[in-house]
Design a binder for this molecule. Structure first.
Ligand code: G3P
Length: 214
């Protein structure tokens, strides 16, 4: 399973890259706004740090507007993937982007049929938002299961990118289902590394090692 980092924070990206675990980065307007810096500058710096797909979201509401808005973004790096909202105009844009060889990530997916339509339009990725479904008392991971069930019957090249991940159980479930990609907040990535028995084990080994004669 590929692991993307879901952040626009350069320090978090640097730390995750140093771990050697990061295959790409996803951003969204809220994450970019949190940094308080110009979008294109942040995007260029992320692209310089990570050699993999970097999702940059458009905010235009028409297909033509999305294509126009994407031009300075794709000019930053060939690794930029244009993140497009799951709307009729978004799907029109996805088709046009795919004809131009520009990869897209269709975001704000909350149903398996939305995912199927985005795949048919030519999206490189679909992003089901798991945590936001959990937030409204719907089991988010069931959506990933439904999408992957559909994918089993057809030959879509579109990758299922599990987004709005809030905890390690989401990551475990996504991996068990065989999702192609999971995008993680930095804090969740760090949670995956840890286990109290690992820490206790290291502590005991170090304590015992101190009793070994030199
Ligand atoms: O990649 C989309 C993701 O950032 C949304 O996460 O936690 O705002 O639902 P969240």
């Amino acid at each position: 399973m590929q692991i993307f980092l879901d952040t626009a924070n350069l320090q978090e990206i640097k730390e995750a890259v140093a771990l050697g675990l990061i295959d790409g980065v996803t951003t969204n307007p809220s994450l970019i706004a949190r940094e308080g810096r110009r979008f294109l500058e942040v995007l260029a710096e992320i692209c310089a740090l990570v050699d993999g797909p970097i999702s940059a979201e458009v905010v235009a509401t028409t297909a033509v507007g999305m294509l126009e808005e994407s031009k300075p973004l794709t000019a930053v790096s060939p690794n930029v993937v244009i993140k497009v909202p799951m709307t009729a105009e978004g799907l029109k844009a996805v088709r046009l982007f795919s004809e131009q060889g520009v990869k897209t990530n269709v975001t704000l997916i909350f149903s398996a049929l939305q995912a199927m339509l985005a795949a048919k339009a030519g999206a490189a990725y679909v992003s089901p938002f798991i945590g936001r479904l959990d937030d409204i008392s719907q089991v988010g991971m069931e959506l990933v299961e439904d999408i992957l069930d559909i994918w089993d019957h057809y030959d879509f090249s579109t990758e299922v990118l599990v987004a709005s991940v809030r905890n390690p159980v989401h990551v475990l479930d996504a991996a068990r289902l065989g999702a192609h990609v999971v995008t993680l907040p930095h804090a969740v990535l760090l949670q995956l590394l840890k286990h109290p028995l690992t820490e206790l084990g290291i502590e005991k080994f170090l304590k015992d090692w101190n009793r070994v004669p030199v």
